[in-house]
Design a protein around this ligand. Sequence first.
Ligand SMILES: Nc1ncnc2c1ncn2[C@@H]1O[C@H](COP(=O)(O)OP(=O)(O)OP(=O)(O)O)[C@@H](O)[C@H]1O
Ligand SMILES: [Mg+2]
Length: 503
Amino acid sequence: MAVCRARSLTLAGIDALPVEVEVDVSAGLPGFSIVGLPDTAVQEARERVKVAISNSGYKFPTKKVIVNLAPAHLRKEGSAFDLPIALAVLAASGAVPVESLGEAGLVGELSLDGGLRGIRGALSMAEGARREGMPRLVLPESNANEAAAIGDVGVYGVRTLREAVDFLGGRTSVEPASVGENGRVEEEFQDSDFADVAGQGFAKRALEVAAAGGHNVLMSGPPGSGKTMLARRMPGILPPLTTQESIEVTKVHSAAGEGRGTLIRTRPFRAPHHTISTSGLAGGGSNPRPGEVSLAHHGVLFLDEFPEFSRTTLEVLRQPLEDGHVTISRVAATLSYPARVTLVCSMNPCPCGYAGDRRRACRCSAGQIERYQSRISGPLLDRLDLFVDVPRLTREELRETGAAEPSQAIRERVAAAREIQTERQGMPNSTLAGRRLREVCAIGGDAEALLSRAIDRMGLSGRGHDRVLRVARTVADISGEKDIQVEHLAEALNYRRSSLLER
Ligand SMILES: Nc1ncnc2c1ncn2[C@@H]1O[C@H](COP(=O)(O)OP(=O)(O)OP(=O)(O)O)[C@@H](O)[C@H]1O
Ligand SMILES: [Mg+2]
C-alpha cells in the first residue's frame, strides 16, 4: 500500500496554517507511531485514534502504521488532527477509497466512541482552507456554523468518524453549513441602561466619547459613586461591529475556546478580576490561548479597582495599548494576538476612598495617597485619554428620577459618529497616527492658540498632545462637524484635568 495523504490545518496565533498528514501502512511488526507532534500530544492522539477507529466498526490495521505531520518545523498544537489521522489510516489500509480524501481540509478531535468533538479556531481554519485552495472543509458539526462565515469554502459539519467516512465516500450527503445568527444588542442589554444612573452627566458624556472614538478612560471617585455601575453599561452604547471586525473578534474567541458557534456580532466587554495573572491578561500557556486583552479586541477591557492589579500584570498592557496587538514569547517561537481595546478603568483616589470628597474627610496621609497612586505607572497613565472624576451624589441628586437619557439615544449618536470615522479613514479615531492624524485632526487658528497654551500649562507629552487631538476629533464627529472647533478641543482638554497627571 502506498502512502496516503490528508490535508489539515493548525492554529498559529489566530491564523490557521496548512498541515499535511501522511500515513504509511506497511508489512512488518504491528505498531502505530506518529511523528511531527510534541511528545505528550502524540501519546494521546495515538490512543484516541486507535480506539475511535475500532469503536466506529472499522478494523485498525495489524501492520506497521507510521503517521507524519508535515511540515516538521511547524509547532502543532491541539487535538484537531485526530480526524485526518484516522481517515488517512483508514484510506491507507484500504478501509475507505483513497481518492475520497481528495483536497478537502479535515479537522476534528475524536472521542473514544468515534464521535467528533468541537475544536478551537474553526473560523480561522475556514479562512486558512480558503487561502490554501481547499475546496471544502470537513469538521465537527458544532463548529460548522461559525466556520461557514467565511464564504468560498464549502463547510460540512459531521458528528462521527463514520459520518465523515460516508460523506467523503459519497455514500451520504451533508448539507453545507450556513452562518448562524445571534441575539441583537437591544435585547442583550435591556437590564442595564444609562437611564438608571442618576446624575453623573460628565462621566456619561466621557463614556459616550470613549465609545464613539475608542478612547481609553479612567474613572476616579469615592466608594459608591457609581463607577462600576457606569462601566457595566458600556456594552449597551458601543457601535456595531463592521463585518471585518466581526470576523476578527470571532477568530480570537474561537481560538481561545470561547466561540459561540457562530459569528459574534456584538463588541466584547471583558471585566477580569484584579487577581488575574499576567498570562491570563496577555495570553500564553503551553497550549497557547489569547488572554483577556485579546478577548476584548475591538471592544472594551474593563479593569475595575485598577490599583489592585499587580503592577507587572498591568505593564503587559503597554504594548497592546500602543500597537493593537500583544506578542507572546515562547520557547519555540513568538506568537502574536490582536488586542485593539478600549480600556476603561475605575479607581478610588486614595486608600480610604474619600480624597477630594465634598462632604467626607479623607483619612490618608499625603504619602499614602502618593504610594497608592504610584501603583499605576507613568507610561500607563500616558496611554489614557479621558480622566473622569465621579463624585458622590448628594441626596437630592440621587433621588432625582426620570429625565436621564436612555442608552439607546446615546448608542445612536455613538454609531453615527463611528460611521463618520469608518467612512473618512477606515478606522476609529483612537488609532489615528502620523500624517493621517495631522490631516484628519487639523485645527484652525483659535484652536491652535488654545492648544499651545494648554501644552505649556499642562505640560502635555507628545503622546498626550496626539491623544487630545484624537479626542477632539471624536467630539467633533459626535456633533457631526467637519472641522474641529475650539469648543471640541476645549472639551477634549477638560478630560485631562486630573491630579493623577500632576505627579
Ligand atoms: N449615580 C447613581 N445613580 C443610581 N444609583 C447609584 C448611583 N451611584 C451609585 N448608585 C448605587 O450604588 C451602588 C454602588 O455603586 P457602584 O458599585 O457603581 O459604586 P463604585 O463607584 O463602583 O464604588 P467602589 O469605588 O466602592 O467600587 C450601585 O449599585 C447603585 O445601586
Ligand atoms: Mg466599583
